[in-house]
Design a protein around this ligand. Structure first.
Ligand SMILES: *Cc1c(COP(=O)(O)O)cnc(C)c1O
Length: 367
C-alpha cells in the first residue's frame, strides 16, 4: 500500500536549480548577502506587495528578531491556535504571551476579544494568518492604533495570499514569513520579514549579522540569521513556479471539496470573495455529534490505511508542556477547534487517486 504523507516539499526541476547555483563556483560567494540574496529579496518584496523585505534564516528567526528590533517589552497578545514557534518566540524574547480566543469561522484571532486583554504592560498584538486565512486586519489595526500597540503578523501560512486586493506583505507593522521545506514557497530553510519602516530594516540587518555596524565593531548583541546563497537560489527557482504550485493545490482542494462538501458533521475550508487563497493546508473539522466519529478516530483509520494526516494545531500552544497553566487568557473556541481539527494530506503533486483514497476512508468512519 502506497503511503500518503500529510505534506511533500516542492522542488524545481533539478536542471533549473543546478543552472542557478553554477555561478557560485565562480564567485565563491556562499553567503553574506550575495547576488542571489539581493535578487530574491527584491522579487519577494514585489510578489508579497511589501514596501521592504529582509531575508532571514527561518520564520522563527523572523519572529524573534522582529520583537527585538521593535524593542517590545511586557505582554504580547497572541492566539494559542498556532505552531509552537509563535509562543516560543515571545517567551524566548523574555516577553509574556497573553492568549486571545479565535473566531470559529476561519480560526484567526477574534478582534472582539482583544481589548479586554490589554493592560498597561501590553506592547504588541501578534496574530496568525491561520491556514492562509487572513486575520481581520482592519479591526486589529484599529485597536492597535487606539492603544498605541505594534502589530506583527505571523504570516508563515500566508505566502502569496491576497486579501481585499492587497498582498499579504502589506499589513501591520511587520509580517513574518517562513520558507521552510513544507510551506507553499520554500528555500529549504528560510524566512523573511516585510515592513514599511526603513529604520526597522536597518535594525534587522544588524541583528541578523552579529550586530556588525559597518567596520569591525558591533553596537548590538546580534545573532546569525542570514540566508545563504544556496537557499536563495532555491527561492529564485521556486518563485518562478509559484503560480503553478498554487494552482495545483487549488485543484487538490477542489477534489476534497467535491467528495466531502455537504457531509453532515464535517466543516471544510470556506472560500470567501475577499481572499485569493494559497491552499497551504486542507483542514477538516469533525463534529462527532453529527458525523458519528471524532477527529481522533478518523486520524487512526487513516493511519491504518497508510495515510498520515496531522492534528494541526493540537495541542494549543497554551497547553504545551512548557507553557501549560503559566499564562493569562481563556480560549474556549480554540480548545473546541483544536480537539476536532485534522489537516488532510495537501501538496501540489497530490493526485486525484490519492484524494479519492483519503475521502473513502473518511466517509467509511461516518456513522
Ligand atoms: C512554520 C511556522 C513557523 C516557523 O517557521 P520556520 O521557518 O520553520 O522557523 C512559525 N509560525 C507558524 C504559524 C508556522 O507554521
Amino acid at each position: 500500500m502506497k503511503e500518503i504523507t500529510v505534506t511533500r516539499p516542492s522542488l524545481p526541476p533539478m536542471d533549473e536549480y543546478i543552472n542557478e547555483i553554477k555561478s557560485i563556483w565562480e564567485t565563491r560567494c556562499l553567503t553574506n548577502t550575495g547576488d542571489k540574496h539581493i535578487r530574491l529579496q527584491a522579487e519577494l518584496a514585489k510578489y508579497l506587495d511589501a514596501e521592504n523585505a529582509e531575508l532571514l534564516s527561518s520564520g522563527h528567526a523572523a519572529l524573534e528578531l522582529t520583537m527585538e528590533a521593535l524593542g517590545l517589552e511586557g505582554e504580547v497578545i497572541t492566539t494559542p491556535f498556532t505552531f509552537a514557534s509563535t509562543a516560543n518566540a515571545i517567551v524566548r524574547r523574555g516577553l509574556t504571551p497573553v492568549f486571545c480566543d479565535i473566531k470559529p469561522d476561519n480560526f484567526t484571532i477574534d478582534p472582539s476579544k482583544i481589548e479586554e486583554l490589554i493592560t498597561e504592560k501590553t506592547s504588541a498584538i501578534l496574530p496568525v494568518h491561520v491556514y492562509g486565512n487572513i486575520c481581520d486586519t482592519d479591526e486589529i489595526e484599529r485597536i492597535a492604533e487606539k492603544h498605541g500597540l505594534r502589530v506583527i503578523y505571523d504570516a508563515a501560512h500566508a505566502f502569496g495570499v491576497k486579501y481585499k486586493g492587497k498582498g499579504v506583505g502589506s499589513f501591520g507593522d511587520v509580517s513574518c514569513f517562513s520558507f521552510h521545506a513544507t510551506k507553499v514557497f520554500n528555500t529549504v530553510e528560510g524566512g523573511a520579514v516585510t515592513f514599511r519602516d526603513s529604520a526597522f530594516g536597518e535594525k534587522i540587518r544588524k541583528l541578523k549579522n552579529f550586530g556588525l555596524c559597518g567596520g569591525e565593531d558591533t553596537d548590538t548583541a546580534g545573532c546569525n540569521a542570514k540566508m545563504n546563497e544556496f537557499s536563495a537560489a532555491m527561492g529564485l527557482c521556486n518563485l518562478r513556479h509559484i503560480d503553478e504550485e498554487i494552482k495545483k493545490r487549488k485543484a487538490a482542494a477542489e477534489g476534497y471539496l467535491a467528495a466531502l462538501e455537504g457531509v453532515k458533521g464535517i466543516k471544510l475550508p470556506e472560500c470567501t470573495a475577499d481572499t485569493e487563497h494559497n491552499y497551504i493546508y486542507f483542514p477538516a473539522l469533525f463534529d462527532e455529534t453529527k458525523f458519528g466519529a471524532g477527529r481522533d478516530e478518523v486520524f487512526k483509520a487513516l493511519k491504518e490505511n497508510g495515510i498520515y494526516a496531522r492534528k494541526y494545531f493540537y495541542p494549543l500552544t497554551s497547553n504545551l508542556k512548557c507553557f501549560k497553566g503559566k499564562y493569562r487568557g481563556k480560549t474556549p473556541t480554540a480548545e473546541y477547534v483544536s480537539e476536532r481539527i485534522l489537516s488532510l494530506p495537501m501538496y501540489s503533486s497530490l493526485s486525484q487517486e490519492d484524494i479519492d483514497r483519503v475521502c473513502a476512508v473518511i466517509l467509511k468512519c461516518k456513522k
